[in-house]
Ligand binder design. Structure first.
Ligand code: NAG
Ligand code: NAG
Ligand code: NAG
Ligand code: NAG
Length: 161
């Protein structure tokens, strides 16, 4: 990269554009900020942490896409992962509608929904990488071995017919 680049009109334009973007982003942040943002101390309280956990887990429990992704990606087995999800599901309604709790902690149900969407885009659910099939990651070295095993088993079946 030559030093003259920094004196070109193009560079000046770039700097101008970036500063405009910066202002726009700062203003958008202000607009999105909750009217009463909860303090960090309040958020760290057991009350809000419990709400956050229930909100995050039940968001996954109640959405078929996220639910399926979690169940096949959790290392604890289908039966246990379903139990984990369904244990929190009945608790969320009351917490979501509790005006005082939502004022104290912020609306963590809303935070959980936005978080779930961002996580899904990033390929995770409840902190776990989303797998294509139970126990087998996309780039997992086990994948070709499983394919070969299936091929051999099927091939053997066909040969014996
Ligand atoms: C919190 O957000 C959820 C989802 O947007 C909404 O249904 C609920 O009414 C909100 N709760 C409060 C107390 O505002
Ligand atoms: C719940 O999800 C939000 C958004 O993804 C995250 O910031 C928060 O740490 C989670 N809290 C818990 C207790 O899982
Ligand atoms: C499930 O969650 C994903 C990610 O947040 C979202 O895109 C999708 O619309 C949700 N599906 C339903 C049925 O709510
Ligand atoms: C989103 O990711 C954060 C960070 O890993 C996690 O704490 C939260 O539980 C996740 N939320 C959902 C709904 O997957």
């Amino acid at each position: 990269m030559s030093r003259t680049m920094f004196r070109t009109p193009f560079f000046n334009l770039l700097v101008l554009l970036l500063s405009i973007c910066n202002v726009a982003v700062a203003q958008a942040d202000d607009a999105l900020a909750p009217r009463q943002s909860p303090s960090a101390a309040a958020l760290a309280s057991p009350l809000c942490q419990n709400y956050a956990t229930v909100a995050n887990i039940s968001t996954v429990a109640l959405n078929s896409t996220l639910r399926a992704a979690y169940i096949r990606s959790a290392p604890v087995g289908t039966f246990t992962s379903i139990k984990i999800l369904d244990a929190e599901k009945p608790k969320i309604m009351a917490l979501m509608m509790d005006a005082q709790l939502n004022q104290q902690c912020g609306n963590l149900s809303q935070v959980a929904l936005a978080g779930a969407d961002a996580n899904l885009t990033a390929g995770t659910v409840l902190g776990l990488p989303i797998l294509d099939a139970p126990g087998i990651g996309v780039g997992d070295p086990a994948m070709p071995i499983v394919s070969i095993a299936i091929f051999l088993i099927m091939g053997g079946t066909w040969l014996s017919l």
